[in-house]
Write a protein that binds this ligand. Structure first.
Ligand code: CTP
Length: 427
């Protein structure tokens, strides 16, 4: 039988990261009951948790249908709380039981793992430190928070540790108990899924757009953007290495970067948005998956001038460009009758990680791609030879996973996700 884990979610800005934890645990074969605190539902709603875990989500003791307020505590082999806010930690320390989560912790005999997240000042406050010390003395496992950017815009200690690290620790704690066998079975299942993934990618026809489009103003000027094409190139390499037949529509990618590609990858230049549109739409029927990694202009000059626009030497006036919208290619593909089996889009967003994720969720719903890789751009993030952090959402905006690291690592994770989808469709 699959082990049962209660994932408690506190009312902190990092609540959305618990979604990655839930996914990771479920991938390892764990049955997850999410128990958010009532106030945490302001950060991530009940529907998201129910959608992710496939289980009803309750917050109060009075909500329990059978009125057995310690049922969850009885069935759970582990309780993990992420994020654990300063307030929640204080309530756990003093044995408060005013909602389903704190009641379950108080009634539980299983191990409890908490991952605190809060502002540095709250974490370093002697009150919190004392609460953490007492909880540790009582056998609660506490993961020290990370240092880095905080939700408040400040920086310091208090960031929730990486959800994958929390999942690893949780599985470690589970593995020590009687559930080792089911975890081993889950590992085997995972290996089987990987094999299916590989088979699905071998020979799959994958189209990838990469780079940044240029919309001509006149013969010497254009409207462009900062995309170098690096992420798309890495996806092409990863897909090719997985055995796929890859076609890359390259929008203004440096030839040196293109030369890194195996000569068996078909590279088709597509400098402007209209070129990308024509190239993609004309080959839709002949592909299994499409990855829209290119930064495609949303606006272009109404008409490119045939001759160079000249300055008037007698005036300081500047020309006014009239721009028009380009086609949203990703959206057109998603509603097309020739839509490939798997469509992966990107969402380049600016702002705090929370803003980025909110915008990404809205975009996932708007675009209708099977997978949307949301990443933060601007201020040195996102473009060029820098590491990337990507949240992968499904078409309903639910978070599937997050990956962080080199663009090559992110590419491998995205190609695996495509392989997963293709494998599921061929079952
Ligand atoms: N995209 C597209 N056609 C466009 C613009 C973007 O197909 N004309 C694709 C991109 O390749 C990417 C996804 O849509 O996969 C999202 O691109 P992004 O620039 O993040 O969003 P936009 O749709 O352009 O919306 P906005 O700029 O308003 O955020």
């Amino acid at each position: 039988m699959a082990p049962t884990v209660v994932v408690g979610v506190g009312a902190g800005i990092a609540a959305y990261k618990a979604a990655i934890l839930v996914r990771a645990l479920m991938r390892a074969g764990v049955k997850v009951h999410v128990v958010p605190t009532p106030r945490s539902l302001d950060f991530v709603g009940r529907t998201t948790w129910e959608g992710l875990s496939g289980q009803p989500v309750l917050t109060g003791v009075a909500d329990l249908p059978g009125a057995d307020h310690v049922e969850l505590a009885r069935v759970a082999q582990l309780i993990v709380i992420a994020p654990a806010t300063a307030d929640l930690i204080a309530r756990l320390r003093s044995g408060v039981a005013d909602d389903l989560l704190t009641t379950s912790v108080l009634a539980a005999h299983c191990p409890v793992l908490i991952a605190p997240a809060m502002h540095s000042n709250m974490w370093t406050n002697p009150a919190t430190q004392d609460n953490v010390r007492v909880l540790r003395e009582r056998g609660v496992h506490v993961l020290d928070p990370d240092t880095g950017a905080l939700g408040s815009g400040d920086s310091g200690i208090g960031r929730l540790v990486d959800p994958e690290t929390i999942a690893k620790k949780a599985l470690e704690l589970l593995g020590r108990g009687k559930v080792k066998d089911s975890l081993e079975a889950a590992v085997k299942l995972d290996a089987a899924a990987k094999t299916e993934q590989k088979q699905a990618l071998a020979g799959a026809r994958i189209l990838i757009t990469a780079g940044g489009t240029r919309e001509p103003i006149d013969p010497v000027r254009f409207i462009g953007n900062c995309s170098s094409g690096r992420q798309g190139i890495e996806i092409a390499k990863a897909a090719f290495a997985a055995g796929a037949q890859v076609t890359l529509f390259a929008s203004n990618i440096e030839s040196e970067m293109l030369s890194e590609l195996d000569s068996r990858i078909d590279v088709v230049p597509a400098p402007s948005s209209i070129d990308v549109e024509e190239a993609v739409m004309s080959r839709l029927k002949d592909c299994d998956a499409l990855v829209m990694a290119a930064a495609i202009a949303d606006f272009k000059p109404e008409a490119a001038r045939e001759d160079k626009i000249k300055k008037d030497p007698d005036s300081t006036d500047a020309p006014i460009l009239h721009l028009v919208r380009t086609t949203d290619i990703l959206r057109s593909v998603c509603v097309s009758k020739d839509r490939p089996k798997v469509v992966l889009g990107f969402a380049a967003e600016t702002g705090t990680p929370e803003d980025v994720l909110n915008l990404g969720t809205k975009k996932a719903l708007r675009k209708g791609a099977d997978l949307l890789a949301v990443n933060r751009v601007g201020g040195g993030a996102g473009f060029g030879e820098v590491d990337n952090e990507v949240w992968l959402l499904d078409s309903a905006g639910l978070m599937l996973e997050s990956t962080k690291g080199s663009k090559s690592r992110v590419a491998q994770a995205l190609v695996s996700a495509i392989g997963d989808r293709l494998a599921r469709l061929s079952r």
